[in-house]
Design a binder for this molecule. Structure first.
Ligand SMILES: C[S@@+](CC[C@H](N)C(=O)[O-])C[C@H]1O[C@@H](n2cnc3c(N)ncnc32)[C@H](O)[C@@H]1O
Length: 269
């Protein structure tokens, strides 16, 4: 695509795809990684016993209040933190996730909370024919997992009968690791995608979401050894280098966790 003056321009969707592609782990590092840097630990995504009163939860409750069936589709459900915050509000939840350990944790949590559920193993948006539609489509913290945000978000809209609530970090949640990629691998990463880039993709799709920017409560303090082991894996380093990583984290002059700033996008299909 070109402007009338001949200057090349890019769509917001193409910009998002390029920003995400530029952050991919280089093939030669990935090939030697002792474990997948992408695997997430379901324990870290457990639903809170007392759901936090966040703008995302309030937006979801408003959608359910306007719906007759009170059905929920949780895209990238992980262990169910987003949908299980709606126990007592939702009547049935479908969780979809490509990670079988996450989906198993979602199923356990639904049984524990006595929430009628269906689990679907699959990736969004390809899994849409298997999940079907729901009154409320929720999607928390998955946006930065996809290079094709336009197709992903269009799928959310297509699946929603009453409303969509999408929550993401204000900036890519792994961007704080960039100085460590440089330090341990000499990999310099470009500026990360942000929620504003995601908003531009939604706008390009014709979606005019309500946008709420807010700050999440801090996560509980984590055992430093557990944290160092996780960061070591994320950096594709062998477990025996966890001590070095712990030292680097302890002495780093900058953020050592994802940002607390969150953005909730909500829209009607
Ligand atoms: C950071 S976790 C968030 C889990 C949960 N939504 C929460 O907020 O606690 C991201 C989840 O999205 C899943 N995921 C990544 N890409 C996906 C895709 N294309 N379709 C569906 N789920 C995806 C991952 O397997 C993981 O369980």
């Amino acid at each position: 695509m070109e402007t009338p003056t001949g200057t090349p321009t890019r769509t917001a969707a193409a910009r998002w795809a390029a920003l995400m592609a530029a952050r991919a782990v280089p093939d030669e590092i990935l090939a030697h990684a002792p474990a997948s840097p992408y695997r997430q630990d379901p324990e870290r995504f457990r639903a809170a016993a007392e759901p936090p009163d966040t703008p995302s939860r309030r937006a979801a409750v408003a959608v359910l209040a306007a719906s007759s069936d009170r059905t929920v589709l949780d895209v990238g459900c992980g262990a169910g933190a987003a949908s299980l915050a709606l126990v007592g509000e939702a009547r049935h939840v479908v969780g979809v996730d490509p990670a079988s350990d996450m989906l198993a944790a979602f199923v356990r949590a639904c049984l524990e909370w006595d929430m009628p559920y269906q689990g679907v193993l699959g990736s969004w948006p390809e899994a849409l024919p298997d999940t079907g539609t729901a009154d409320l489509v929720l999607c928390h913290h998955v946006g930065y997992d996809t290079g094709d945000l336009a197709a992903f978000a269009a799928g959310l809209t297509a699946a929603a009968r009453v409303g969509v609530v999408m929550e993401i970090h204000a900036t890519h949640p792994q961007a704080w690791l960039d100085p460590f990629w440089d330090r341990f691998h000499g990999v310099r990463r470009p500026a990360p995608p942000t929620a504003d880039d995601a908003l531009a993709v939604l706008t390009e799709l014709g979606v005019e979401p309500e946008v709420q920017r807010w700050t999440a409560e801090p996560r509980p303090v984590e055992d430093p050894d557990v944290r160092a082991a996780r960061v070591t894996r994320r950096l594709c380093l062998p477990p025996e280098r966890a001590g070095e990583v712990a030292e680097a984290l302890a002495t780093h002059d900058g953020p050592t966790a994802p940002p607390a700033e969150r953005v909730t996008f909500s829209w009607r299909p």
